[in-house]
Ligand binder design. Sequence first.
Ligand SMILES: *Cc1c(COP(=O)(O)O)cnc(C)c1O
Length: 376
Amino acid sequence: MNEIRMVDLKGQYDKIKSEIDSAIHQVIDSTAFINGPAVQDFQKALEEYLGVKHVIPCANGTAALQVAMMGLHMQPGDEVITTSFTFIATAEVIALLGLTPVLVDVDPDTFNIDPEAIRKAITPKTKAIVPVHLFGQAADMEAIMQIAQEHNLYVIEDTCQAIGAKFTFSDGTTRQAGTIGHASGMSFFPSKNLGCYGDGGAIFTNDDTLAQQLRVVVNHGMVVRYYHDYVGVNSRLDSIQAAVLKVKLGYLDQYIKARRKAAAFYDKAFANHPKLKTRVTAPFTTHVYHQYTLVTKDMDRDALQKFLASKNIPAMIYYPVPMHMQKAYQDPRYKEGDFPVTEHLSKHVISLPMHTELDEEQLKYITDAVLEFANR
Ligand SMILES: *Cc1c(COP(=O)(O)O)cnc(C)c1O
């Protein structure tokens, strides 16, 4: 059996090596390393794939979220509602810009932000909502957009984990996750579902005016060369990464299928187990399985992780510490017990290996090991 990895980027690369290598060499031959044609090619291909008007490439997913907030002219003191159960980057950029993060709890079945909790957290200072499409399924965007409209708020989707997930509205229309809010931040970090071979990111928007503003922000606030109308940042996707991404975008649907196949194998093995709760996919979204995450019950989750490690099966805890319990984000407004669902999840979740290269032999070995531990 091949070694089991949390993410198998080498196995994935081996299958498309000649295409990737030639795309990278083309960029090197052209020496158009920054903003070369490869970046525009990828941008157009991604706009088409997503059915979104504008993709603005940038340096990474964290920058994408920051740039989106800067492009929307959010001001220090503005409150931004987001989830307590996410990767730190979401809250980090809010804090960096001097905005006030307002945390709310998540739904216990989907781990995504709870629209009712958003409603309760709105104050006159609220400016935006940042839903995170955690682990690969979309948050309840219809409810969130409705709330945003009622209260005149911006919605900035954190799509870093969910490219390719599709959201269906109650009228039957379907949109890609990341193309519903006013703007959306995307990461092409290597282990993400569409990952490059370094850092990369993008902002998505359907708003022409905002898109123009975002292109100014990522380029030092420069409107006309060397005339800087805004304080911006330097945030670019380099051409080599864009070339890699353009090749991999062609395989994204295939990659999603492979992840779903692995998830279906896991689901079947753990179905109805009293100690292993598989995550529910909400009816309004498809799932692209950035992570496959179980919620353990009546068992020592950390002992399970150690047991799996002893069998050479990596497993990760995403995320062990809720946002409001992080040392850097201590805030007198929040204390332990404020977000019971998030706190429960951080103590009981475990994510199993999930990538495009898992084979049945590996999946059987993993599920057998998890069940062996759960059944003792
Ligand atoms: C990965 C990730 C980010 C940050 O992306 P980077 O490219 O690593 O900066 C932000 N939010 C979520 C939910 C992520 O998973």
